[in-house]
Every structure is written in C-alpha cells, then in structure tokens.
Design a protein around this ligand. Structure first.
Ligand code: HEC
Length: 146
C-alpha cells in the first residue's frame, strides 16, 4: 500500500485530466497578469519560437517580483508562471497555441494547448519543449534572469 499512496501523492500534483491546467489559468485570469519584461507591446513579433508569429507573454507575481527585486538569481523561484498566447495574426483574432511553464518543486511543468483547447503537452518531462528551452536562462528564452 505504501507504493500506492506514493503514486496518489504524485498524481495529486499533476492535472488529473487533460486541459485542467488551462482551465485553471483561465480561472486565474492570466490575460490580466503583467506582461513579461521586454514584451509590453501586445502581439509582439516572435523571436524565432515555433508557437506563433505574434505573442502576448504574461508573467505572474512571482516572476514580476523576482525581476523587480533585481537580486541576481541562478534559477527562477517556485511558483514562477509564464503564459504565452501565440497568434497567427497581429490583430489577435487567430490564436494558434497557449503555452505555459510553471516552476513546481524546482522543476518546470510544461503545457501547451491548441486553439481548440486540445492538449499538446502537460508534463514535467517534455523533450519536445526542453530541446529548445534548455538553452534559456533556467529554461526561459524570452527574457533573462535578473
Ligand atoms: C524550436 C524551439 C522551441 C521549442 C521546441 C519550444 N519552444 Fe517555447 N519558446 C521558444 C522561443 C525562441 C521562445 C521565445 C519567444 C518566441 O519567439 O516564441 C519561446 C517561448 C516560450 C514561452 C515563454 C517563456 C520563455 O521561455 O521564453 C513559453 C511558456 C514556451 N515557450 C513554452 C513552450 C512549451 C510548453 C513547449 C513544448 C510544447 C515549447 N515552448 C517548445 C522556442 C521553442
């Protein structure tokens, strides 16, 4: 039984069903979050990412506070959440993907959804994301650690 309860604990941390994290992000109103440093302009042109040509990049309070504190960091703190609306067009009418990364227990949880809410990825182990993101500042490509 010990191993079973260990499995249940692990499962409690991850979304029970596909898309639950996206629902949580929407319930939290991520589009009212602060915009990421350097990404203050709505639908900024992408910098080479595969997600979409025009981006809205939002960060939660944990990231905002880490940036504002300007204390040199070697890693983004737990709770850090970055959400990206990736659009095909500059007018923000044609959403391609919603991508998100959240720091939990020292690891990034990766998530990406299509415009119809279909789950592309919801995982701590996402080589299809880390293949590029490992090159970033603790996994983040769009802006630097303070
Ligand atoms: C081909 C390389 C590549 C792959 C693969 C990739 N990304 Fe990205 N990603 C980028 C780049 C470059 C940026 C910077 C902004 C931009 O141009 O899109 C970025 C930005 C992001 C951001 C905004 C925060 C940051 O790190 O800059 C999130 C969130 C994100 N990606 C999530 C994901 C997820 C989830 C996956 C896997 C499903 C993924 N990415 C796969 C290249 C990649």
């Amino acid at each position: 039984m010990r191993s079973l309860s260990a499995i249940l604990v692990v499962c409690a941390c991850a979304p029970a069903e596909g898309g639950e994290f996206l629902e949580q992000l929407r319930a939290d109103g991520y589009r009212a979050f602060a915009r990421a440093p350097g990404w203050e302009t709505p639908r900024s042109p992408a910098q080479g990412g595969p997600h979409g040509d025009f981006l809205d990049l939002y960060v939660d309070d944990t990231v905002s506070e880490a940036v504002a504190a300007a204390v040199p960091l070697s890693a983004w703190p737990d709770g850090a959440l970055i959400v990206k609306d990736a659009w095909a067009d500059a007018d923000g009418e044609d959403l391609r993907f919603v991508a998100a990364m959240e720091k939990r227990d020292g690891r990034w949880f990766w998530a990406e959804y299509r415009d119809d809410d279909d789950v592309v990825v919801e995982s701590f182990d996402a080589p299809q994301c880390t293949g590029c993101h490992d090159a970033g500042d603790d996994g983040v490509l769009a802006f630097a650690l303070p």
